[in-house]
Ligand binder design. Structure first.
Ligand SMILES: C[S@@+](CC[C@H](N)C(=O)[O-])C[C@H]1O[C@@H](n2cnc3c(N)ncnc32)[C@H](O)[C@@H]1O
Length: 442
């Protein structure tokens, strides 16, 4: 049996962090020893009645890529294990992964991860806070991964209205992160395992052009350090524009995370690599206090294209492309597209905002990065010339990777576009969390 005596000082509640010292193997053979030890902890006879239990034999089969003598499950590779677990029909499924040394139980809807040595009675969810929560893209991605978001902070009332419509069970604080009393928040929500944050990016982003940039805005990133120091979550994920790395205080900020004991991985991730029909590159800073964060690898398969988000059933009205009110720059962009594509194909036009890539794109490629502006128009050939309309909110929502059921009932069209253009693409965060925490990954 595992030694469960040594609980960490000051911890409360049935927290994985309260578990006694556990093996943290560095080598493959170390992994094997640790896995055996943990698997022994699952007393097969005692728990069999309640659950589909994995035993030491199961663990060995997983490592060796063979078949478990107890339950008959075969392991060709970690991927095969993954597919099998995701599709497990049993109401609860006890799984196993050597890489992260975790076990999980998959209920009919939720997936819970816990670390080696935890017994099923002590299983708990990964609990998260979402700072700078905006429209809730990070929370949507985390929830899809099986994480329980318990609190969210954003100073914008429209973010609050939209967020709480989608996550009514989450404690939402509508205030600046700087003004949140961590002592009070801790009293209200207890401990957390994961901190999610998308600090202000408008003063890092190149979309801001030559407008003056606010150091006060950039420094909101230091709120991550304040919350991390106080809550000591095992994991942190910070999302921002790639240009955040050029900030003069970026290395100091990163150093502060490391000084708190985090192993840190910075990775620029393209949403198009994770099933989102948008080529949106964002910086993700992934932190783990106990392990070295692994690289998030692209999903296999074809990328989704802009064509996939377009509503072509005539719901939205078009107007002639060539009209007196059209700006010369718009028509020049359209002409470039027509020269490249001919006159029979639809395309997307950069209508507002700057563009360094010709000002148009094919519908057969992922959409270029959406911003907080109403940026793209859809142009299609008609009986007498070309017609255009702006992309609509449901199309932009789909291009960000939000499910169609996500509620966006508050604000004007412009405000909704701003909320969406600021968001984290939920599928990207789901992929990041699966890789970082192991949640939902077996
Ligand atoms: C990049 S967006 C958030 C993206 C969010 N993760 C999502 O997926 O929707 C940044 C948000 O931070 C909020 N914000 C900016 N400064 C803030 C501050 N000091 N405290 C709290 N919220 C702030 C803005 O209102 C905005 O909604």
């Amino acid at each position: 049996m595992l030694d469960r005596g040594a609980l960490r000082e000051g911890a409360s509640g049935p927290d994985v962090e309260r578990l006694g010292p556990e093996p943290e193997p560095e080598s493959e053979s170390g992994v094997a020893r640790a896995c055996d030890a943990a698997a022994e902890g699952f007393r097969h006879s005692q728990l069999q009645a309640a659950r589909n239990i994995h035993t030491a034999s199961h663990a060995r089969a997983h490592r060796a890529g063979t078949t478990c003598g107890d339950c008959g499950e075969s392991f060709g590779s970690e991927g095969a294990h993954s597919d099998r677990c995701q599709g497990a029909a049993s109401a609860e499924f006890t799984g196993y992964t050597g890489r992260r040394h975790q076990h999980c139980i998959r209920g009919s809807k939720t997936l819970t991860v816990f670390r080696h040595g935890a017994m099923p009675g002590e299983i708990r969810e990964i609990r998260a806070i979402d700072l700078f929560a905006g429209v809730g893209g990070s929370s949507a991605g985390a929830s899809a991964a099986g994480v329980k978001v318990v609190a969210a902070v954003d100073s914008w009332s429209l973010a609050r209205d939209t967020y709480t419509a989608n996550f009514p069970e989450v404690t939402f604080l509508q205030r600046r992160c700087e003004n949140v009393s961590i002592r009070e928040l801790k009293k209200r929500i207890g401990s957390i395992d994961l901190l999610l944050a998308s600090p202000e990016c408008t003063s890092h982003t190149c979309a801001k052009g030559s407008a003056p940039r606010s150091e006060a805005s950039r420094r909101t990133a230091f709120q991550v350090i304040r919350f991390a120091r106080a809550f000591k979550p095992r994991w942190i994920v910070v999302e921002n524009v790639v240009h955040m790395r050029s900030w003069k205080r970026y290395q100091r900020w990163l150093g502060a995370l490391k000084a708190l004991g985090y192993n840190v991985r910075e990775q620029v991730i393209n949403a198009a690599d994770h099933g989102v029909p948008q080529a949106r590159r964002r910086l993700f800073v992934m932190c783990d206090r106990d392990d070295i964060p692994s690289e998030v690898t692209p999903r296999s398969g074809r990328r989704k294209t802009a064509g996939a988000i377009l509503n072509r059933n005539g719901k939205y009205k078009f107007s002639p492309l060539r009209s007196e009110k059209r700006a010369m720059a718009t028509l020049e962009r359209a002409d470039r597209a027509l020269t490249a594509l001919g006159h029979s194909k639809p395309f997307l036009l950069v209508y507002y905002g700057s563009d360094a890539a010709g000002g148009w794109q094919r519908v057969s490629a992922p959409l270029r990065t959406l911003t907080t502006l109403d940026r793209f128009a859809y142009v299609k050939p008609g009986a007498d010339g070309h017609f255009m309309r702006m992309l609509q909110v449901p199309e932009i929502k789909a291009a960000m990777g939000f499910p169609s059921t996500y509620l966006l009932d508050h604000g004007t069209r412009r405000e909704k576009i701003k909320l969406l253009g600021n968001a984290v693409c939920p599928p990207v965060l789901t992929a990041v969390l699966r890789r970082l925490t192991g949640v939902g990954s077996i």
